[in-house]
Ligand binder design. Structure first.
Ligand SMILES: [Zn+2]
Ligand SMILES: [Zn+2]
Length: 149
């Protein structure tokens, strides 16, 4: 496994398999803006079996989404960087905060969602699928998981 990432302080590190950067989707919703303190979140969907924490032990923060699903958020207990989460509505996968990957400068965004909340100054590239709100499940999985499904 050679794709790795971790929190700001280095107390928690993780690795992904296979050794290819996963595509990411960007969510422009208000919750993501508030939670990241930024314009949007960048996330990669990785099979649970292809994800491993290699250093440290993340702290769990659990919440119930508006939809009723349980979101389990894993953060560094020291610097409080949010690293990844699982969701009861989406078994078997881990959603990685892609900005925590070491190679975050090489990420490819394949999908934008909740663009109706997008910051007005942000211009999205043409040809990348985008949705006003959430993407339909099938389209979402095809774009972010592709042949890894
Ligand atoms: Zn940390
Ligand atoms: Zn969002």
């Amino acid at each position: 496994m050679s794709i790795a990432g971790g929190c700001r302080c280095g107390a928690v590190r993780y690795e992904l398999a296979p050794d290819r950067l996963p595509p990411v989707y960007c969510c422009h919703c208000r919750d993501c803006q508030t939670w990241t303190g930024s314009a949007f979140s960048q996330q990669a969907v990785v099979r649970e079996n292809d994800f491993a924490v290699t250093t440290g032990e993340p702290v769990l923060f659990e919440l119930t989404n508006r939809s009723g699903s349980i979101s389990r958020q894993f953060v560094c207990g020291n610097c409080h960087a949010r690293l990844y989460n699982t969701n009861s509505a989406r078994a078997g996968v881990v959603i990685v905060r892609a900005g925590t990957l070491d190679a975050s400068d090489a990420l490819e965004a394949v999908l934008h969602i909740w663009t109706k909340r997008k910051q007005p100054w942000l211009v999205l590239p043409e040809g990348v699928p985008s949705f006003d709100e959430g993407a339909p499940a099938e389209a979402f999985l095809n774009l972010v998981m592709g042949e890894r499904r």
